[in-house]
Ligand binder design. Structure first.
Ligand SMILES: Nc1ncnc2c1ncn2[C@@H]1O[C@H](COP(=O)(O)OP(=O)(O)O)[C@@H](O)[C@H]1O
Ligand SMILES: [Mg+2]
Length: 269
């Protein structure tokens, strides 16, 4: 089909159905992600966001449907092909998933040590660059437990960036962070987009974050898409998150401004 040959489309999901046992948790999902955009998957707890991500990165096989990455059918690949394709994707898991017994630097270096034959000195330089990129220069020798929640997320992002992926996936990057730290992380996600033209797929339930980063919003409710488009286009939609957001927006404007101000102080954008 024309769409999958289009160089601007990096991910295409067609009629995706995912089940756990007999239970259908994603039912007829269709969307496209454009190269270089920030595509946000929004929805309440349990609606299927993490399940969708797991399918997009090939950690789970769908019941039916297709997932095309750069026009190639991810669901039809064998294990080796899928492992290869996954090397070009970065994944920031919910809760950062750093190895507690390894230094932050070793965590970031891990994908390079596992998937490349680069010299140790090269790996060290690349690790340093990735830590600098996320604002953690100088923290390479720390253990994850010595970092704050926001710093752990940044370290997770540095690790996801280790192999210079062309797509990066985030599962609830700002969950459990205070608003200022969350705003800093949003700034970082934007910075990755601007600096590397990186495509990002971000799962969240935070409307504030959506406003800051989303080029396209995909709203999920109980395993189905209930809205797809730019946030402004979804204004008319009868969806509680969006309605609450637009209703509150005027009175929250000052708060949003202060978050922007604080982000400007951190120099992330
Ligand atoms: N491994 C699993 N086995 C069975 N059911 C699951 C599993 N993971 C998630 N689910 C169920 O699938 C639904 C979607 O879960 P999930 O994708 O984690 O939602 P979200 O990330 O939006 O909170 C939920 O009802 C959840 O209980
Ligand atoms: Mg989840």
């Amino acid at each position: 089909m024309a769409a999958s040959n289009d160089n601007d489309i990096i991910i295409e999901v067609r009629d995706l159905v995912v089940k756990y046992g007999d239970r259908t948790v994603l039912d007829g999902i269709n969307f496209q992600v454009r190269r270089g955009e920030i595509f946000v998957i929004l929805g309440g707890s349990g609606c299927g966001k993490s399940t969708l991500l797991r399918n997009l990165v090939g950690l789970m096989r769908p019941y039916s449907g297709r997932i095309l990455i750069n026009g190639q059918d991810f669901t039809a690949m064998n294990d080796e092909e899928r492992t290869d394709a996954r090397k070009r994707m970065g994944m920031c898991f919910q809760g950062s998933a750093l190895f507690g017994s390894m230094s932050v630097g070793d965590n970031v270096a891990l994908p390079l040590r596992e998937h490349t034959r680069l010299e140790e000195s090269t790996i060290e330089i690349m690790t340093k660059i990735k830590l600098e990129l996320v604002g953690l220069g100088g923290f390479g020798d720390f253990l994850p437990a010595e970092l704050s929640g926001g710093m752990k997320k940044r370290a997770g992002l540095a690790r996801a960036m280790a192999m210079d992926p062309e797509i990066i996936f985030y599962d609830e990057p700002s969950a459990g962070l205070d608003p200022i730290v969350a705003a800093g992380l949003d700034g970082l996600i934007r910075k990755m987009q601007h600096t590397f033209n990186l495509t990002s797929v971000v799962v969240t339930h935070e409307m504030e974050s959506v406003k800051q980063i989303a080029d396209t919003v995909c709203m999920l409710e109980r395993g189905r898409i209930v809205g797809l488009g730019a946030l402004e286009e979804l204004r008319a939609l009868d969806y509680p998150y969006v309605q609450q957001f637009f209703a509150r927006r005027a009175q929250d404007e000052s708060q949003i401004d202060s978050a922007e101000y604080l982000r400007s102080l951190t120099g992330l954008e």
